[in-house]
Design a binder for this molecule. Structure first.
Ligand code: DAH
Length: 341
């Protein structure tokens, strides 16, 4: 009994992990252990021998059990310590930065322009990119022999269907919805298409924002006032606008609108070709033919319209010299416009 106990206690010193400890328990305390074997044979002992041997067995079992419990605790503690060491998180390590996306600079400019007009009481409408010749040209007073109607300039899908070349057809569609006498005050952002060779200032697909105001007593000074507000909001509070006579079939009179050169402030530079002014949009008083065709009596109603290219505005505002940069999604450009929206 003493030998079995000694051997058990000695061999326990070499045990360092849970599995070896379990093997040890089976060997020295389990069913086939010397202690259990002896217990089983107690029946063959005499009444005097039995308590004596029983005492030895109990003493040995208690000693082995106590040693086992102590070892068990030590092994568990060591295992926990090892796990904690292995799973330690180095909180001083800098975190991984997640790249944060941002709205595309062109979209930022479009939304900025929308906000300015929303603030002046305009609503926003959108229209189809696949348009009819009727809306894109005919009802806008653009004659059959006008160069824009040439296959060279317009993407025709069929004889009557085309990819709209401007957002102006939405002038007609909007008035048709509001006729015969509801006031109209709307802007229309959207994509337009032209058969242009792509270069630094042209794209076969680009964006326009159309504006239309129709009511009784709308005058050209209203147009100028609205555009002045717009120019100041987008290009700075000291901005001024200048209207230059121009021609569009759907407006009469028509005007091209300039702002003070953003690069030189009006002194004259390469960007404004020493004029001090930069063209930003086309505009005019809605042509009576267009009003009448869309269902507004041109003797009673008048209106103004304008059309601008947000790409051009973005390029001027941010000094971008090639329109293609706005379509290429080069992160080196986009990362410069990551202000949080
Ligand atoms: N639709 C014209 C274009 O694409 C731009 C334009 C000019 C729109 C004058 C207008 C306007 O509403 O009044 O070139």
């Amino acid at each position: 009994m003493e030998a079995a106990k000694r051997e058990g206690l000695d061999s326990l010193d070499a045990v360092t992990d849970a599995r070896a400890l379990d093997d040890w328990r089976v060997t020295y305390l389990g069913k086939k252990s010397p202690l259990t074997q002896v217990s089983r044979q107690m029946g063959g002992l005499s009444a005097e021998e039995r308590p004596v041997v029983g005492g030895w067995v109990n003493e040995a079992r208690a000693a082995l059990q106590e040693a086992f419990d102590a070892k068990h605790e030590a092994v568990e503690e060591a295992a926990l310590a090892a796990r904690l060491a292995a799973e330690t998180i180095d909180v001083t390590l800098p975190g991984r930065k997640r790249p944060r996306g941002a709205m595309h600079p062109l979209m930022q400019v479009i939304e900025e322009i929308e906000d300015v007009f929303l603030g002046m009481g305009f609503t926003i409408a959108e229209g189809p990119e696949v348009e009819t010749d009727t809306y894109n040209f005919e009802m806008l007073n653009i004659p059959k022999d006008h160069p824009a109607r040439d296959m060279q300039d317009t993407f025709y899908l069929t004889e009557e269907l085309l990819l709209r070349t401007h957002t102006s057809p939405m002038q007609v569609r909007t008035m048709e919805q509001m006729r015969p006498n509801a006031p109209v005050k709307v802007i229309v952002p959207g994509r337009v298409y032209r058969r242009d060779e792509d270069d630094a200032t042209h794209s076969h697909a680009f964006t326009q924002i159309e504006g239309l105001v129709v009511d009784e007593g709308i005058r050209m000074s209203d147009l100028k006032g609205i555009l002045e507000q717009f120019a100041r909001a987008i290009f700075g509070p000291d901005q001024a606008v200048r209207l230059r006579p121009s021609f569009f079939p759907f407006t009469e009179p028509s005007a091209e609108v300039d702002v003070r050169c953003i690069t030189c402030g009006g002194k004259g530079c390469r960007v404004c070709k020493d004029t001090g002014w930069i063209e930003i949009l086309g505009s005019g008083m809605v042509h009576p033919n267009v009003l009448d065709a869309a269902g507004y009596d041109s003797k009673r109603f008048s209106g103004f319209a304008f059309g601008m290219g947000p790409e051009r505005i973005a390029m001027l505002k941010y000094g971008i010299d090639d329109i293609r940069l706005l379509y290429q999604n080069d992160l080196r450009l986009l990362k410069q416009f990551t202000r949080v929206m």
